[in-house]
Ligand binder design. Sequence first.
Ligand code: SIN
Length: 280
Amino acid sequence: MSKYDMEINLLSGALGAEIKGINLKDNSIKNFKKINKLLLEHKVIFFREQDITAEEHINLANCFGNIETHAYVKSRKKYPEILRIIKEANEKNQWGEGWHSDVSYNYKPTKAVILKSIKIPPIGGDTVFSNMELAWKTLDDGIKKIVKNKKAIHSSLGAAYFVKNYRSMESNGNYDEYSNEHPILRTHPETGKKILFVNWTYTKKIVGMKKKESDEILNKIFQHQERLDLTCRFKWTKNAVAIWDNRSVNHYAISDFFPGRGLGYKRIMDRIAIEGDKPN
Ligand code: SIN
């Protein structure tokens, strides 16, 4: 492979590709178009050995749209665009554990996230992604019929949820709570594809349904979304970058830090999120 050739290695049969031969420091329109095409096709793309600086990370994010800051967690002092996710060496908990789509409780949930690894444990702390376009296609027909034209309520769970159980994740002082209704079946604004837009962490109730009935249906959907055949899993190395289309994937940062194996190592990631649209 010459340095100008691109190599695409699929991570699973469901979604995800590791890309070689793209320079993330190049923020020309031509390079961005190439990256965005890969993102729309594979839904999450990974790059290794990308020693991009914080400024280059921000420049790359700016190509996708406006950068959004997290509602509850303090950003890096020098770079307010970047949220540093830190798991201390002897911490078991991992920020981002549990299936979710980032900030789906916002009126305009995140469009995409660019996550760069800074420090990675030798074992543990992989991230898993699940394809929500495939999740809709493979969902039970009876459930599809019930939820097709319905909305669901997504709730932010409050500030404590994002900082209380994580030693180095600091509150930014905002304690407001947010809740918004979004269609359960949304249409991707760029590809026109149908996406199942609910997630285990933030989606609380189907609008217009009794709580018990809503819980039953949502639990069935959550179980379906977690099916391993809809997923791919990325093992991080230092200076790797993941870009995910937050409209069409759910993800889960695995907290497999157990004594004698994953526990005892620090994990640090730099995260930049890009503003999205109101789901339709
Ligand atoms: C996140 O959920 O945004 C963080 C994912 C990770 O740290 O792997």
